[in-house]
Design a protein around this ligand. Sequence first.
Ligand SMILES: [Zn+2]
Length: 236
Amino acid sequence: MSRAKDYYRLQQLDSDIDAKTARLAAVTAALGQRDTVDALKSAFEQTQAALSEARSRQRDLEWELEQTKQKLAQVEKKMYGGSVTNPRQLDDLRQESEHLRRRRGELQDLILDAMMVVEELEGQTGTQHEVWTGAELAWAEEQEALHAEEIALREELAALRTERREQAARLDAAGLDKYERLRAKKNGLAVVPLLGTTCVGCRLSLPSADVQKVRADAVVNFCPHCGRILVYGGPI
Ligand SMILES: [Zn+2]
């Protein structure tokens, strides 16, 4: 293998290591991360609490309606039963009966409203429960996949680092140092192919004399524009 190709192989290993390290960081961050699922669960629980409150209100209103009806029956029994003859007392009873009838009507309306609220919240909790439990299942599956990916990435990275050490040992210390400094300066990309006359690193064209040198591969050549090490990648 020529020296340029040795550098290129090292570059490929480093790029692979960089990409897998970045992916591993993303996977590690996503493991145990359940904010979205928790938000769905909390939304469901809130609606469930509202539903329970709405049902309780409906029951209270129904109870009050029952009491009102009983009271009205008693008042009317007194009014029409003939036991009360005093006009003032009869007038009081009439007023009370009117009041109770009004309240009965109000309560019937309020109960209808409360029933509608309960019905709406029942539908909402049903939907939210479905969404939440579905998200829980998807989350568990995703976590399992992420966990498997984490294990695979760690194994791949260990193998790549071994291969990288072996590949780096093929290069002399000064060359390796230059490569490392170039990689730090060039955003991780120190070695690039020359395709035809174009440097893949900077997309600029090289003079034919430089192209010939890269093709000849007698020494390590650098792009005159971006300074990266060039390896001949063939004609385009
Ligand atoms: Zn270049």
